[in-house]
Design a protein around this ligand. Structure first.
Ligand SMILES: Cc1ncc(C[n+]2csc(CCOP(=O)(O)OP(=O)(O)O)c2C)c(N)n1
Length: 384
């Protein structure tokens, strides 16, 4: 049959046909309620729930906390002795650092920031290697692939998309790997934080984000950083659960992070954990914290110290006595003495290394500068 070429005539517009067509029924992508964090940070120590905790686990965490506190003190002392260029101390945040290292299995990956040397040390890395970068060395100091610890990241939040990418790739390959990424409260204002959270949730990547909310981004207090009810609330907008935890309660952080890591491992997707803690020291040895915060605030947090909190629990339960505490302190002192000794040895450096690994093909300016330096070293009798 021959097709008609007559154009289809639109019926004349009536009042009814001009009404907009109702859109398809709107459905939320995910139900917000199960994603919302608790209204209070989750706590275990000092509550009846702590009685159920395994004493062996508590003692192990205690030993690590004491060692961690000592490591922070020693690294800070090394900056004063000119042996370390800079040290962003995690004193006061040891519970987060130790729990982060403890909840991971060997095949998992840790993505630390510059403040998380201790987490890397608690994962078993050589402290001298971990501190290489902060000593001014251009090398990371350790092999990230060997230890499954990414380099300490100084550009804020850049470690987060890396963690998501690695976790997603591992999942595509069918590898049993979870990535745990650490970031500060200030880092949550970065674009990289947003992109990492979004991709992680859309891809359901096996990644856990631990925000250590230590109250400040250098001198900027949290109130000037965000208007969100809590940083954990940010998770809801991305479609992942947010958990709020007392970051000085090592058992609480260990429990919440452990659950999040296992959830990710089972294919349940990412979690954002906000640990509420406090940076007891200045931002780094180059900062004076008395210029932007009151001593009374520091004193209030000192009363909620992560090491003392666990020690009180252990002593009340009769799991720790003076002798046990003394042994933990002695082991920590021995670690610090070894670190001091090794950091006091002058590193063997070749000044000419400055010019290596910058460009595949040296620029004429750099070649000229390298020749000048070589001539100066030769004149000073430095060995070739
Ligand atoms: C992309 C980027 N912007 C700015 C800085 C400078 N900077 C270094 S530390 C810091 C504050 C970060 O605070 P927070 O994320 O809360 O971590 P904290 O130092 O308290 O652990 C800033 C702004 C940086 N390192 N990277």
């Amino acid at each position: 049959m021959k097709k008609s070429s007559t154009p289809v005539q639109e019926p004349p517009a009536t009042a009814a046909s001009r009404r907009p067509t109702p859109p398809p029924a709107w459905q939320p992508r995910t139900a917000a309620a199960p994603l919302l964090p608790d209204t209070e940070p989750y706590r275990v120590l000092g509550t009846p729930a702590a009685a159920a905790a395994d004493p062996a686990l508590l003692l192990r965490l205690y030993g690590e906390l004491v060692r961690g506190r000592r490591f922070n003190a020693q690294a800070t002392a090394l900056t004063k002795q000119g042996r370390l260029a800079v040290y962003p101390s995690s004193t006061g945040q040891e519970a987060c650092e130790i729990a982060a290292a403890q909840v991971l299995r060997e095949q998992d990956w840790l993505f630390p920031s510059y403040r998380d040397s201790l987490a890397a040390v608690a994962r078993g890395l050589d402290p001298v290697e971990v501190l290489s970068l902060l000593r001014g060395d251009r090398h990371t100091g350790y092999d990230p692939y060997e230890h499954r610890v990414a380099p300490l990241s100084t550009p804020l939040a850049t470690q987060l998309p890396h963690a998501v990418g690695l976790a997603h790739a591992a999942r595509l390959k069918g590898d049993d790997v979870v990535a745990l990424a650490l970031v500060g409260d200030g880092g949550t204002s970065e674009g990289d934080f947003h992109e990492a959270m979004n991709f992680a949730a859309v891809w359901q990547a096996p990644v856990v984000f631990l925000v250590q909310n230590n109250g400040f981004a250098i001198s900027v207090p949290l109130a000037k950083q965000t208007a969100a009810p809590s940083l954990a609330h940010k998770a809801v907008g991305y479609g992942m659960p947010g958990r709020l935890v007392d970051g000085n309660d090592v058992l609480a952080v260990h429990t919440v992070l452990g659950e999040a890591v296992e959830r990710a491992r089972r294919g349940g997707g990412p979690t954002l954990v906000e640990a509420v803690t406090y940076r007891m020291e200045a931002h780094t040895n180059a900062d004076d914290a008395t210029r932007y915060r009151d001593d009374s605030e520091v004193a209030a947090w000192r009363a909620h110290d992560p090491v003392r909190l666990l020690e009180r629990e252990l002593r009340e339960r009769g799991v720790l006595d003076d002798e046990g505490a003394g042994k933990a302190a002695q082991a920590a002192d021995e670690m610090a003495a070894g670190l001091r000794e090794r950091m006091n040895a002058d590193p063997v450096l070749d000044p000419m290394d400055l010019f290596a690994h910058v460009y595949a093909e040296q620029t004429s300016q750099l070649r000229e500068q390298a020749e000048m330096l070589r001539a100066e070293l030769d004149a000073a009798g430095e060995p070739r």
